[in-house]
Design a binder for this molecule. Structure first.
Ligand SMILES: Nc1nc2c(c(=O)[nH]1)N[C@H]1C(S)=C(S)[C@@H](COP(=O)(O)OP(=O)(O)OC[C@H]3O[C@@H](n4cnc5c(N)ncnc54)[C@H](O)[C@@H]3O)O[C@H]1N2
Ligand code: MOO
Length: 412
């Protein structure tokens, strides 16, 4: 285990430890109808039982014909029309078949010429076309299996189902899939100063924004929220709610009370009813990030204690908790988002001892940071389109390439 300055655990080490601990947990399976499968994680691999498309078909509205080298200027009789949804007929010698997009290619035809490239005439009820342009053999035909071939591995175990995956499963005719059961998560916000929305504030109080934000993040991940609660800074109350949460949750997230203040009780409570794995991470914002577990007679339930500052919650959830949570849900692919190098629109001349996740926007090819980067200020979370990741000890000037983590990749 490597430690950065001030004995802080590097972010990547923490994520690696969390991911390997998640590998030990085995979520249960269930069968799920396709229309309820969005956001779920496959517990089976999907091997295609058919070709997609299932038959050769036309990519254009036009005419199907048997290709030859000298089609230009030829006149062909149009024998009949084949529509999408119909079985294919056979093509007659020296003739063409009127064909619509998606219709099955007639037997004997190997090319579709689009209707814009022919001159169409009708004389005495006989339809003919004159070919204005020599087609390439095979053009405008979508081959059976060109998207998915029968027997192909389409998705491996641990794939999260987004809209594209649902579409692909539907194109295979799959009505139900085996997925992992939804992860049960409890969210506990701590702090005497917290008031729930809708209530009046008195001096010294603030609204509890962390819990609704975490609940929203978790809902977007298809998690089963067991409770979203707020407890005052009283160790007995914290102990009570954590012990209760451990009876029915697969993961407990807390916010606040993670640091070293007199009212920060999370660590002392955890040492009594569970254990602490680590709580000093080289991440800015979010240094006092507690990873531990709550033990009951029957089970040990992992807990991640996020710092109280709302921006620290945003960053630590997205960077640390999200890959871990996805892994606990059974996801095995694309857990860590990819960053790209982009020119900085600002300078960092003094290095620091924690990896920093600045909230930035990519504007005219340069990364511009939000003007308020305090861990207590949340506006930059909504404003930013990504993070600039500044490594421990890194300095740079305007125009230097630095790491950019687009928000789309983080949520991906
Ligand atoms: N002497 C030291 N003080 C602090 C250190 C340190 O190393 N030594 N670390 C600082 C850092 S960095 C952070 S981050 C904070 C985190 O502390 P806690 O996790 O104990 O968080 P709290 O003190 O409970 O709250 C911090 C801040 O956030 C507000 N808050 C809390 N919960 C919510 C909520 N649900 N919704 C909105 N806002 C919330 C709270 O009122 C505080 O302003 O510690 C530093 N101190
Ligand atoms: O690490 Mo804390 O989140 O900067 O204020």
């Amino acid at each position: 285990m490597s430690y950065s300055p001030q004995n802080l655990l590097p972010v990547d080490d923490l994520i690696a430890q969390l991911l390997s601990s998640a590998e030990l947990s085995a979520p249960e399976n269930e069968n799920c109808p396709l229309d309820a499968a969005l956001g779920r994680v496959l517990s089976e691999s999907i091997i295609s039982g058919m070709d997609v498309p299932p038959f050769d078909n036309s990519a254009m509205d036009g005419y199907a014909l048997a290709w030859s080298t000298k089609l230009q200027d030829q006149i062909l009789t149009v024998s009949h029309t084949t529509y999408a949804g119909q079985a294919s007929a056979e093509i007659m010698p020296d003739s063409a078949v009127r064909i619509l997009t998606g219709a099955s290619i007639p037997r004997g035809a190997d090319t579709v010429i689009m209707q814009e490239n022919v001159t169409h005439s009708v004389t005495d009820d006989v339809v003919t076309i004159q070919i204005n342009q020599q087609p390439a053999q095979g053009e405008n035909i979508r081959r059976a299996g060109q998207d998915i071939a029968k027997g192909q591995l389409v998705f491996s175990v641990g794939t999260r189902l987004g809209a594209a995956e649902i579409g692909l499963l539907a194109s295979l005719g799959i009505a139900t899939v085996n997925v992992y059961q939804r992860l049960k998560v409890s969210v506990i916000a701590t702090g005497d100063e917290l008031i729930e929305v809708g209530q009046p504030l008195v001096e010294g109080q603030i609204y509890n924004s962390n819990a609704p934000m975490l609940a929203a993040l978790l809902k977007s991940l298809n998690v089963q929220l067991m409770r979203v609660e707020h407890v005052p800074d009283q160790p007995e109350r914290l102990q009570e709610i954590l012990s209760l949460a451990a009876t029915d949750s697969d993961l407990i997230l807390t916010t606040g009370g993670a640091s070293v203040g007199d009212a920060d009780h999370l660590k002392s409570v955890l040492t009594q009813i569970g254990r602490i794995e680590n709580w000093k991470i080289a991440i800015k914002p979010g240094k006092p990030l507690v990873w531990g577990e709550v033990n009951t007679r029957l089970r040990n339930v992992p807990l991640v204690g996020l710092p109280g500052n709302p921006q620290s919650v945003w960053v630590t959830f997205l960077i640390v908790v999200l890959p871990y949570l996805k892994a606990l849900q059974g996801q095995r692919v694309r857990l860590i988002p990819q960053s790209v190098k982009v020119p900085a629109g600002f300078a960092r001349l003094k290095s620091q001892g924690r990896r920093e996740y600045l909230r930035v926007r990519l504007i005219d090819g340069q990364l511009i940071p939000h003007g308020m980067q305090s861990s207590g200020a949340l506006m930059s979370a909504s404003w930013a389109d990504g993070f600039a990741v500044v490594e421990v000890g890194q300095t740079f000037d305007v125009g230097d390439l630095i790491e950019y983590l687009p928000m789309s990749g983080v949520f991906g």
